[in-house]
Write a protein that binds this ligand. Structure first.
Ligand code: FES
Ligand code: MG
Length: 564
């Protein structure tokens, strides 16, 4: 239950240090031209962190959303101040070396929000994020700051359409593979390219953005239903204004993220994201967010929760439907109600509404009988989690597999080893990969890449070549939420620090077994020791700039690839 708030709550705990008293006249002088009046100097100041930019459709509308959030703060008696952070787009940089900056951007976003909020003395925060790294980046800053906070998701994109079929960015990646394999003409690839992305919003399947938005709502850090609103909807605008109102309530009551982002709340986030068939990136981002708020979370927690939570959603990438379809039938709230009633969610967790999860869900109506997007608990797509933590002589600290069950639960094949993402992609595009191969892509971990590139171009091409059921792909890098097929990422320890993935040779027999949760390669102890003795650490690829800094600081993927 929400704690009784103390009468000692100071809603201006941080801004008063900056603007109160005659000695602070210079600060007030600086603030007047940006819109502060004498009355504003007595109000709580709320930072509205906007990830707006014209870099990507995911974030091109966020300025409008930030304006609404600011309006919500102001009408509730606060003073909102909008500031920006950065964004990059995986969808645009995917399949190139540039992608190495993607996961790095999560840290830049977290660091930049923490820097502005802490330096300027804001009393609370509404953070509005649209693309994959924005969301964990915002939540990591929110967690580190521990000031009253609400997260707003920028909203999903609407699907494109081609010959009566729904399109999104993953359709284009798979069309590239199909065209390269002469399955569709170039003209059709061009047509799919032009129709896939019809306007603003985050990639539309249950990819990383929609996964993280759902997880954050389930964790209690977004208002109810925030994750299931289209970017271009009236509901999304209302959600922003309501978030501005809500943060003011939290400020007045002294409700901080530490009271919401508890271990149980992380378990709720995992549970909902698993039921939705969410992205492997969930694992990395939740570990990082937990680190920032001081919650002990490990890969074993994913195994523990994963054993009892079924995957219920027939959503892309492995299923048929998009987030826009899920919105039509009521979003994620009816699913959360089902999970709560089945005892799979902790109902007593506090949320940013000021109420508990159970109270938020009290009046939620079930899905219509006619829908076939979210299965019943007794008729799951997979009886336990599709996100499977594997361990074994190939991944002593663990790796994350995405196994939705369509592909079967076990894969055994011969290793085809590539020392970079680029080399592997070239081999796949040149059709060197054959039935029964396990593509091994290494030196792409957090330190080795650096930055754990996503292998969506690779899995898209494999799918496009019709090899989805016959080829597996394992890596110390990671996958886009758009990836499906037999894949294992986040293999730790990574190759660059001496992990066994660096010792695999072409032709080694590799076994991926979701039932026994094992990732192994057939090698004798003596041969393992011989290869280990011969192994030399690769030289750092970057000596200057942000990639060099990141590689020097970043932790293992098994602890969230964090830098602080
Ligand atoms: Fe931004 Fe997919 S590239 S959500
Ligand atoms: Mg991504």
């Amino acid at each position: 239950m929400p704690k009784k708030t103390s009468s000692k709550v100071n809603p201006r705990a941080y801004s008063s240090v900056i603007v109160d008293g005659k000695d602070r006249a210079a600060s007030r002088a600086m603030l007047r031209p940006v819109g502060f009046t004498d009355a504003d100097f007595k109000k709580p100041v709320i930072g509205v962190a906007s990830t707006w930019s014209m870099v990507t459709p995911c974030n091109m509308h966020i300025n409008t959303l930030a304006d609404e959030a600011c309006k919500g703060v102001d009408t509730a008696g606060g003073k909102g101040v909008i500031f920006n952070t950065i964004t990059i787009s995986d969808g645009i940089s995917m399949g190139t070396e540039n992608m190495k900056y993607s996961l790095v951007s999560r840290e830049v976003i977290a660091d930049s929000i923490e820097t502005v909020m802490a330096c300027q003395g804001y009393d609370g925060i509404v953070a509005v994020g649209g693309c994959d790294k924005n969301m964990p980046g915002c939540l990591m800053a929110i967690a580190r700051l521990n000031r009253p906070a609400v997260f707003v998701y920028g909203g999903t994109i609407l699907p494109g359409e081609h010959n009566g079929k729904q399109l999104d960015v993953v359709s284009v990646f798979e069309a590239i593979g199909a065209e390269a394999n002469n399955k569709i003409p170039l003209k059709e690839l061009k047509s799919i390219e032009s129709k896939a992305i019809p306007g603003p919003g985050s990639c539309g399947g249950m990819y990383t953005a929609n996964t993280m938005a759902s997880a954050i709502e389930a964790m209690g850090m977004s208002l109810s239903n925030s994750s299931a609103q289209a970017a271009v909807s009236g509901q999304k605008l209302k959600d922003c204004e309501a978030a501005g109102n809500a943060v003011m309530k939290l400020v007045k009551k002294g409700i901080t993220p530490k009271m919401i982002m508890t271990k149980k709340a992380f378990e709720n986030a995992m549970t909902v994201a698993i039921a939705l068939g969410g992205s492997t990136n969930l694992v990395l981002h939740l570990l990082a967010m937990a680190h920032c708020i001081g919650v002990k979370l490990s890969l074993d927690d994913f195994t523990r929760i994963g054993k009892r939570v079924p995957m219920l959603a027939d959503l892309k990438p492995s299923g048929r439907y998009s987030m826009a379809d899920l919105i039509e039938i009521g979003g994620i709230q009816p699913l959360m109600k089902v999970l709560l009633d089945a005892g799979l969610l902790h109902g007593d967790c506090l949320t940013v509404t000021g109420k508990t999860l159970r109270q938020n869900l009290a009046k939620v109506k079930p899905y219509p009988n006619t829908q076939d997007i979210i299965r019943a608990l007794d008729n799951p797509i997979k009886a336990d989690s599709h996100l499977v933590i594997l361990k074994g002589n190939l991944a002593p600290e663990g790796g994350v597999a995405k196994i939705s069950g369509h592909e079967g639960l076990r894969f055994e094949g011969r290793a085809r080893v590539y020392n970079s993402s680029d080399a592997a992609l070239k081999a796949i595009m040149d059709r060197k990969i054959k039935k029964g191969d396990v593509v091994v892509i290494r030196n792409e971990g957090p330190k080795g890449g650096p930055g754990m590139q996503e292998m969506l171009s690779h899995t898209g091409a494999i799918m496009g070549q019709g090899l989805g059921d016959d080829v597996a792909l394992i890596t110390d890098g990671r996958f886009s939420g758009g990836t499906h097929g037999f894949v294992v990422g986040h293999i730790t320890p990574e190759a660059a620090v001496g992990g066994p993935i660096g010792l695999v040779k072409n032709g080694d027999r590799i076994t991926i077994d979701a039932k026994t949760r094992a990732l192994t390669f057939a090698i004798s102890k003596a041969e393992f020791a011989r290869r280990k003795a011969q192994w030399k650490a690769p030289k750092p690829k970057y000596k200057r700039g942000v990639l060099a800094k990141y590689a020097a600081l970043v932790s293992s993927a098994s602890t969230g690839a964090i830098t602080d």
